[in-house]
Design a protein around this ligand. Structure first.
Ligand code: SF4
Length: 251
């Protein structure tokens, strides 16, 4: 499902309250440095009809228009979440858009939190890391512990190296959220000891302030994927929970 707006919502959620989504990708397309087998936007190859990114000015205008309307209606905004049809940090003006969003948040809804959902492929770039440090919740994805496993679940663009991503994430000094999808496909299973133990070692190394684990919720581009129940995930994550990590599980 491709979102057709640059600013969408608000979506009501128990955790985030009234959340506005910000999509920095084309209104009728998908651009990502991953091509995950579970991506709710579909395969990259099916989202190439439109490749025009919104400019920073257009994002600013769309966001301010929405915020003015919500103010006038008396609807509160509790959070802003960058989570579009692809990878927001690939937008060439991502740092400026973050600055603009924080300025608009401060002007209209100063208590709202800004979150960025990212696949962490660009975090080694200083300007991207610096921008991510300004938001309340940089939520960074690592689904598996080795390049070989990541190839099976995320299909990264050439040049991806999980070791480089881990090195880059160390710069947060634990002040970030790690997000991980748990699923089973024909050649990948998050619960096998080699995947699970390797991933847990990454968690122990990076010490994120929160670990968000979730499973499939919507139709996926690859068929036949299996989800985990909340109980199964809780049991798999029990060692980390007992070690004191803040683990959030979404079924
Ligand atoms: S990183 Fe996110 S947007 Fe990119 S393919 Fe994976 S799920 Fe889709």
């Amino acid at each position: 499902m491709i979102r057709e707006e640059t600013v969408f919502g608000p979506i009501k959620s128990r955790r985030l309250g009234n959340s506005l989504g910000i999509n920095l990708m084309p209104v009728n397309g998908k651009i990502c440095s991953f091509d995950c087998i579970y991506c709710e936007c579909g395969w990259n190859r099916d989202g190439r009809d439109d490749t025009r990114l919104p400019t920073a000015d257009e994002v600013h205008e769309a966001l301010e228009t929405k915020l003015l309307r919500m103010k006038a209606e008396g609807t509160p905004v509790d959070s802003f979440t960058f989570s579009g049809d692809g990878e927001s940090t690939l937008h060439p003006d991502f740092p400026r858009i973050i600055d603009d969003t924080i300025a608009l948040r401060d002007r209209y809804f100063p208590s709202a939190k800004v979150s960025v959902l990212s696949n962490a492929t660009q975090v080694h770039r200083k300007e991207i890391f610096d921008a991510l440090c300004k938001v309340d919740n940089p939520i960074m994805k690592i689904d598996a512990p080795t390049n070989e496993w990541i190839q099976k679940i995320n299909h990264p663009a050439p040049g991806y190296d999980v070791a480089r991503v881990i090195e880059a994430l160390k710069q947060f000094d634990g002040d970030f959220v790690l997000q991980t999808m748990f699923l089973k496909s024909r050649d990948f299973d998050s619960s096998t000891p080699e995947v699970l133990c390797g991933w847990m070692d990454i968690v122990r190394l990076l010490k994120p302030r929160e670990v968000m684990v979730y499973t499939i919720d919507r139709p996926t581009p690859e068929e036949g994927l299996q989800k985990f129940t909340v109980e199964e995930m809780r049991s798999l994550l029990d060692p980390l929970i007992r070690e004191g990590f803040h683990v959030q599980i979404k079924g």
